[in-house]
Design a protein around this ligand. Structure first.
Ligand SMILES: [Cu+2]
Length: 424
């Protein structure tokens, strides 16, 4: 091992002052949610410190939001959405050991019914499926240990064990994607793509090179229940499985493809299993004038055991940050949901519906020396529905908007004085 000494100056490009040796030289910036990869050039919002060979990092965000969704199925709501993560990492050029804890106060700051979001579906409230609402996240979102070891200077192996965490399915989950960081609201394709990011029981093994990672997971396939403060094992074992291949061809790109089998994901339909396929492309580019563009494309499809075809979904989202102050973002989504997903009732239309949501927004970050930055944002959306859904939603183009404040760590960047080891 040429780079055993973690203080070595020869270590890669020393792009950011915090960089230390890591197995195969993979930078911390690449870590997405669970074991997913971001492009290396993705901005990282974190506060960090070092002590005794360990690096401690805090990530997180707090939104205070007023959200109003229009039409007969929309309501308004004032709430806070939030999550925070603590990470302790010890690594050298040959091995890495990391402990993670991530939680959310949403069980209290949002409430069990979640926030209004037209066409959103997934999980339950009072034993009934939620619709036109996004559920709160659990108090325990991730408790995990990650171990990596370089077998030689080109190949490494990894293990991820999580009483609660994210199996190797889909792209980086939306709350952790730089392209979605300025928007508090969930995509309506969440349960077609990345909703498994909170799973109670995950074991993932992987093999990786500097640019490729192949992973296999076994996990508890049941989605979280509506009691958001406990561990949802309910006698289940690691009865579901997934595989994912990720490719980071350069610092600016990350591509992944995954396939998953969920045994009985839905308590309301315990005999029904589900399969999911997902493909994703994430990009991160920095331009000379301090502009930073992050973009995500995702295709995700579910196939329920008793259905003879896929329910597809597509998402494209982008966030442009200018000068560390202005954040412009947009998202376009298409998904096929059925009458049962949307809870249209016995007298409502039957079958499946192709629905779309278009969103645009803006967030301004307030300056200041604090490592935690405040921002003020607004976002508006318009949904495009088939005529058969117009009676239920009052229109075939129902809308929604939200205004909010955001607190989040500022982006760590090169040339930034980031604490005691800045001159490292
Ligand atoms: Cu979620």
């Amino acid at each position: 091992m040429a780079h055993m000494n973690h203080e070595t100056e020869a270590d890669t490009s020393a792009k950011r002052p915090m960089e230390i040796a890591s197995p195969l030289g993979i930078p911390m910036e690449r870590s997405g949610s669970g074991t997913s990869w971001l492009p290396d050039a993705a901005p990282m919002r974190a506060i960090h410190a070092r002590a005794g060979g360990w690096t401690f990092m805090t990530h997180g965000v707090v939104f205070g939001m007023y959200d109003k969704q229009n039409g007969p199925r929309g309501v308004d709501h004032l709430a806070s959405l939030n999550w925070a993560m603590l990470m302790a990492t010890r690594q050298t050029a040959s091995s890495k050991l990391q402990f993670r804890a991530m939680g959310s106060a949403e069980p209290w700051t949002l409430g069990a019914e979640g926030y209004p979001l037209l066409l959103q579906t997934g999980e339950t409230y009072k034993g009934q499926p939620l619709y036109d609402r996004q559920h709160p996240h659990d108090l325990f979102m991730e408790l995990a240990v990650v171990a990596e070891r370089a077998v030689n200077d080109r190949v490494g192996i990894s293990l991820y064990a999580a009483p609660v965490g994210e199996p190797a399915i889909g792209p980086v989950a939306f709350p952790h994607r730089p392209s979605a960081m300025s928007d508090p609201l969930a995509p309506i394709v969440h349960h077609w793509q990345d909703a498994s990011h909170v799973t109670f029981g995950v074991l993932t093994a992987g093999v990786f090179t500097r640019s490729l990672r192949l992973e296999g997971s076994i996990f508890n396939g049941r989605e979280p229940d509506e009691t958001r403060t406990d561990f949802d094992y309910e006698g289940r074992s690691l009865d579901s499985y997934a595989a994912r291949l990720t490719w980071n061809p350069s610092a600016n790109w990350s591509l992944s493809g995954s396939w998953a089998y969920f045994k009985s994901p839905d308590a309301a339909a315990p005999n029904e299993s589900m399969r999911r396929a997902a493909l994703s492309v994430l990009s991160a580019h920095t331009f000379s004038a301090g502009a930073q563009l992050n973009t995500t494309f995702v295709f995700g499809a579910n196939k329920h055991a008793f259905a003879d075809h896929l329910e597809p979904s597509y998402l494209a989202e982008s966030s442009l940050q200018l000068g560390g102050i202005h954040n412009l973002f947009a998202r376009a989504e298409y998904v096929r949901k059925d009458a049962e997903d949307l809870v249209l009732g016995p007298s409502g239309p039957e079958g499946e519906f192709d629905v779309m949501a278009l969103t645009a927004g803006y967030l301004v970050e307030l300056g200041g020396p604090s490592p935690i930055r405040a921002g003020i944002g607004a976002r508006g959306s318009i949904n495009l529905l088939p005529a058969s859904l117009a009676p239920a939603y009052g229109s075939s183009t129902p809308t929604g908007f939200a205004v909010y404040v955001r607190l989040a760590p500022q982006i760590m960047s090169s040339g930034h004085a980031m604490g005691p080891h800045a001159g490292h």
